[in-house]
Design a protein around this ligand. Structure first.
Ligand code: PLP
Length: 397
């Protein structure tokens, strides 16, 4: 570990030099099949020619001028995102945490506009929303919060995927103005809510005048088989946070809103120096073109079924495996015991996987992978898990 880097990460002893599609090469020339996509960022894989061309072209013309002036690519990107999501307007930033910060600020302004002095946002257990003070407060994981107290006020927590709990809060808390949740929880362990849950949350928000705010930072941009996770059940939110795959690796985030929520910010209420600069927006426009042009949402849904079928067949009834679950190309294999050790074993086998929540193998392959590559991942992961669960628990570390 480089002594000039702060110790907030614990990187694996592996450095990549280049990538092409779903393949990555390390600095020694060894090739890996990528089933992480930079944690759901490189949906189009690595070095996608359309994104590369857009970045090259824009870099040769203009990188940055500031939001003091009009930015044509930003306007075009806002229009494309609003049309894909049936929303009204967008604010651009540089990360998922910032997109959620914007959502939280919208909720607070919205609440004050309704005469609520201490506007409160319902957030979920096991959620992840980022590492800034507001978003780590919203995050439902004590490990993320520990040591950073005092946390912010104005949040109340509810169990994910439980509608009754929201109704109880509605009956007892007059300060609630919004709910912030993920359409499927990623960092929290690839938790897919029951069908109909998001639509029910939408109904509760409507009944109580709450904003429904979806953190689509991980689920958005085709990952789950639709542009956005809520589109599986027509639960259009008031506010939606995007980042990760929006720029395929170029940092860009967006907070997209509609109706009342789209009107709460006025000049001076929020901003970002870099947010929505020409380079980031050109990259994101190229990403949208490719997702649309290559029908990658449909492709992600189809590939998701292939993964679910393949992994379920090999691992579904294996002792030591709790279950296989997923939505599109956001997939999880939950084991009975912690399995972080599998990440290094996969690396040895030339495969990149992720483990979250201690015992959930998370697969987030690029949307552009071929059937053959998908089968290689299914086979690679299954072989690793089959070997792993045969070992006594004490020997699995
Ligand atoms: N929201 C969700 C659902 C995420 O998965 C993440 C990152 O993993 C974030 C927010 C934070 O995004 P960023 O790291 O870009 O701030």
């Amino acid at each position: 570990m480089n002594k000039h880097l702060m110790s907030n990460y614990a990187p694996l002893p592996l450095t990549f030099d280049r990538g092409d599609g779903a393949w990555l090469w390390d600095t020694h020339g060894k090739r890996y099949l990528d089933s992480v996509s930079g944690i759901a960022v490189c949906g189009l894989g690595h070095a996608h020619p359309a994104v590369t061309a857009a970045i090259r072209d824009q870099a040769g013309k203009l990188l940055h001028t500031s939001n003091l002036y009009g930015i044509a690519a930003q306007e075009a990107l806002a229009e494309r995102l609003c049309s894909a999501s049936e929303m009204d307007s967008a604010f651009f930033c540089n990360s998922g945490a910032e997109a959620n910060e914007a959502a939280i600020k919208i909720a607070r302004l919205y609440g004050h506009g309704r005469g609520i002095a201490s506007p409160t946002i319902i957030v979920m257990e096991n959620s992840f929303h980022g590492r800034t003070m507001a978003t780590l407060t919203a995050t439902g994981n004590r490990k993320v919060q520990a040591g950073f107290e005092p946390l912010l006020g104005g949040f109340t927590r509810a169990p994910y995927n439980e509608v009754n709990a929201l109704e109880t809060i509605a009956a007892n808390n007059r300060d609630v103005v919004a709910i912030l949740l993920e359409p499927a929880q990623g960092e929290g362990g690839v938790r897919i809510p029951d069908a109909g849950y998001l639509a029910e949350v939408r109904g509760i928000c409507d009944a109580n005048g709450w904003l429904m705010m979806l953190d689509e930072v991980q689920t958005g941009m085709g990952r789950t088989g639709k542009w956005f996770g809520w589109q599986h059940e027509d639960a259009r939110p008031d506010v939606m946070a995007l980042a990760k795959a929006l720029g395929n690796g170029v940092p860009v985030g967006a907070c997209v809103a509609r109706d009342q929520a789209a009107r709460v910010f006025g000049p001076g209420s929020h901003g970002s120096t870099f947010g929505g600069n020409p380079l980031a927006c050109r990259a994101a426009l190229a990403v949208i073109d490719v997702i649309e042009g290559e029908a990658l949402c449909e492709r992600a849904a189809k590939l998701g079924n292939r993964f679910m079928d393949g992994l379920t067949e090999r691992l579904g009834s294996l002792p030591g495996v709790v279950n296989v679950r997923g939505k599109g190309l956001m997939l999880g294999v939950e084991l009975e015991s912690d399995c972080a050790a599998l990440v290094r074993q996969a690396i040895d086998a030339g495969l990149l996987i992720n483990v979250t929540s201690g015992n959930v193998i998370r697969l987030l392959p690029p949307l552009i992978i071929s059937d053959e590559q998908a089968d290689l991942i299914i086979d690679g992961v299954s072989t690793l898990v089959e070997r792993f669960v045969e070992l006594p628990v004490a020997e699995r570390a």
